[in-house]
Write a protein that binds this ligand. Sequence first.
Ligand code: AMP
Ligand code: ZN
Length: 116
Amino acid sequence: MSDKDCLFCKIIAGEIPAEKIYENDYVLAFKDIQPASPHHYLIIPKIHKASLQEFVDGDQQVLGELMLAAPKIAQEQGFAEAGYRTVVNTGKDGGQTVFHLHMHLLAGREHQWPPG
Ligand code: AMP
Ligand code: ZN
């Protein structure tokens, strides 16, 4: 369920500090250490899966909880109305650097499209 060498599993276990902002049985959200926007959070599943590519039929609940955390956090943090960007980077070409699935939640400025 967890990977002893995984940075985000260590955050879940409380072995590495993080500024947690939201948690339920399935997911945890905390502030990104290098914010790319005034609000920048990472929403992660509490089970270790390296990327979106590892998810299969049967993982609907955890993926649903991951996605549903975004509007809840947006409401709590006060940027639901202004809007926000959600991003999941997958693998090398996706720009993924930490291999425990995470959804970026970015807000507090206008974001451009397409991304770099
Ligand atoms: P990605 O490039 O999509 O894999 O994003 C990984 C994100 O994790 C980056 O935005 C990093 O700033 C962030 N990050 C790396 N280490 C930590 C940490 N210890 N606490 C919070 N965020 C982190
Ligand atoms: Zn992990």
